[in-house]
Design a binder for this molecule. Structure first.
Ligand SMILES: Cc1cc2nc3c(=O)[nH]c(=O)nc-3n(C[C@H](O)[C@H](O)[C@H](O)COP(=O)(O)OP(=O)(O)OC[C@H]3O[C@@H](n4cnc5c(N)ncnc54)[C@H](O)[C@@H]3O)c2cc1C
Length: 505
């Protein structure tokens, strides 16, 4: 089976305009977030031609890069909802799927902490909800049991609901792995290619026009554009829905905070939000947040952090774990939930015209639900839209052993590795101990990462205590050397975000 192609508009030479005359794609997916990538992965198991168009310069550059990185069990979802169905069924897939995709994943369990009488009174109902969702392994722990498991939890804790299968994951590797497998199975990816027009939406074969002048012909279009899904739906006259971004701010604590906690600490959830958690990250930090701030629709890119928001996050984290007071945060970020006024997991099949599928409102659990959501969309494409599906002979379903991120399975720990490849002995990022050899491995990986941010998400460079102060230029140099371009061409996240203005000779 031939691998697909990857094109970075404005970085690679212009793509050949072959689609207009040739066979159309069966499915074009707009948006390479975790939903679009999971769908590409699932579709790539069938004999269908698939293209993914993405306005950014890597997979997972939208909401999928800025979340709490938890694989939820769905214990607190509304029973009977599509979200509950997808999250709970995906939770059963993740342990095996993460291994097959070589995605770091660890079921560390969660404790839903009741810190006052009112919250304590809601724990039984929450346990019943978990049972109604088929999450049968939850258990209410007494105060001493909680403190025995987590000695650094606030002494004020009354009781807690233990949810054993809640897990932490490398959220970046999820989208990357889905996309790499899809690519290996023949899916084509175009980055820096925002969808700006759809010609002849009523026709059996539609033409997608992208911001770089590209044209993609396809029979079916899946709008997985997240916060951009309304604008994309407007291009084909999609049915009414409205997105109001809900911002979530986070603080990342330095690794010396990690030993304070073993499990994810969750508040008793409200109708509006899951609330602010405190969780270990798979990378060895502690993560606190997020806030839940409703922004007007036009602020779909407002990922600014604020003093008030971060103070709120820190306050909530200290209420769970007072010992955090003397541990330093090393980074702050914000993500935007795709909050759809028409409801979560708002999916419209044959939206206005036959062949358009709108997937929006994947608000708070899309990372967890992604494999089951992809199956659900494939079924709808097949059943309601008539997409013919036959298994693709020779399609792969996972990644090779060497695809584990270097920070998770250190290549230099293997006997003789440094002798065989001296660059595994040359540390570039001394905060996260990332070597030149690991950077080179990532640069050679199938999606050919082009930017500092893409490399950061694959290797952990620029994510440590110094946040890239010491190594950013050396990492940029590695990208420039690998691509054979001048340092001035290397960018943070695509053309227009170059990090060096000019070099002094
Ligand atoms: C604060 C916060 C915490 C969260 N915590 C969790 C958690 O712990 N666990 C969990 O399971 N989920 C969590 N989520 C939810 C999860 O992150 C999302 O549900 C998921 O990332 C949505 O993925 P997506 O692919 O739909 O959207 P996105 O990742 O936003 O992808 C959409 C893509 O479409 C592209 N696009 C937009 N317009 C166009 C266009 N015109 N042309 C081409 N491309 C376009 C965008 O660039 C983007 O890459 C959280 C979310 C937030 C904000």
């Amino acid at each position: 089976m031939a691998a697909g192609t990857v094109h970075y508009s404005g970085i690679d030479p212009p793509a050949p305009a072959r689609e207009d005359g040739g066979e159309p794609y069966d499915v074009a997916i707009v948006g390479a977030g975790v939903v679009g990538c999971a769908l590409a992965y699932r579709l790539s198991q069938y004999r269908v031609r698939v293209a993914v168009v993405e306005r950014n310069y890597d997979v997972g550059e939208g909401t999928s890069k800025a979340n709490s990185a938890i694989i939820h069990t769905g214990f607190d979802a509304s029973p009977g909802s599509l979200e509950a169905q997808l999250v709970t069924s995906a939770a059963r897939l993740w342990p095996e799927l993460s291994e097959r995709l070589r995605v770091p994943f660890r079921a560390v369990s969660a404790l839903v902490l009741a810190l006052d009488d009112e919250q304590d009174a809601r724990l039984e109902r929450l346990a019943e909800k978990a049972l109604a969702n088929g999450v049968g392994d939850v258990r209410i722990l007494s105060h001493p049991e909680v403190r025995e498991r987590e000695p650094n939890v606030a002494a004020a804790v009354r009781r807690a609901l233990l949810v054993p299968r809640e897990a932490i994951v490398d959220p970046f590797a999820v989208s990357i792995a889905f996309a790499e497998v899809a690519l290996a199975n023949g899916v084509d990816f175009r980055f820096g290619a925002a969808l700006v027009a759809v010609e002849r939406p009523e026709a059996a074969v539609k033409t997608l026009v992208t911001s770089d002048g590209g044209r993609v012909r396809a029979r079916f279009l899946v709008n997985a554009a997240g916060l951009g899904s309304r604008r994309v739906a407007d291009l084909y006259g999609g049915a009414p829905f409205a997105i109001h971004p809900r911002r979530g701010q986070f603080l990342v604590f330095d690794k010396h905070a990690r030993p304070l906690l073993g499990s994810i600490l969750l508040p008793v959830p409200s109708e509006k939000t899951k609330g602010k958690l405190l969780a270990p990250t798979i990378f060895g930090n502690l993560l606190a947040g997020p806030t839940a701030e409703d922004l007007p629709p036009e602020q779909e890119t407002n990922t600014a952090t604020t003093v008030e928001g971060l103070a709120e996050v820190r306050g909530a984290a200290l209420a769970f774990c007072p010992a955090l007071a003397d541990r330093q945060p090393i980074a702050a970020y914000a993500g935007l939930r795709c909050n759809c006024l028409q409801g979560s997991y708002h999916i419209v099949v044959n939206d206005t015209h036959r062949g358009f599928v709108t997937v929006t409102g994947v608000r708070s659990t899309g990372l967890s639900a992604s494999p089951a959501l992809a199956d659900h969309i494939v079924e709808r494409l097949h059943g309601a839209c008539g997409l013919a599906l036959a298994a693709a002979p020779g399609a792969v379903a996972g990644r090779d052993e060497d695809a584990w991120p270097g920070w998770w399975r250190r290549p230099w720990e293997a006997p003789g590795a440094v002798d065989a490849e001296p660059d595994y002995g040359r540390v570039v990022c001394s905060c996260e101990n990332v070597t030149r050899g690991e950077i080179a491995d990532a640069l050679r990986s199938p999606l050919r990462p082009q930017t500092l941010d893409a490399l950061k998400r694959r290797t952990r460079v620029l994510t440590g205590r110094c946040q890239g102060f010491h190594c950013a230029i050396e990492v940029a140099g590695a990208i420039a050397d690998h691509a054979g371009v001048r340092l001035e061409r290397v960018s943070k996240n695509g053309p227009g975000s170059e990090i060096v203005a000019s070099r002094r000779r």
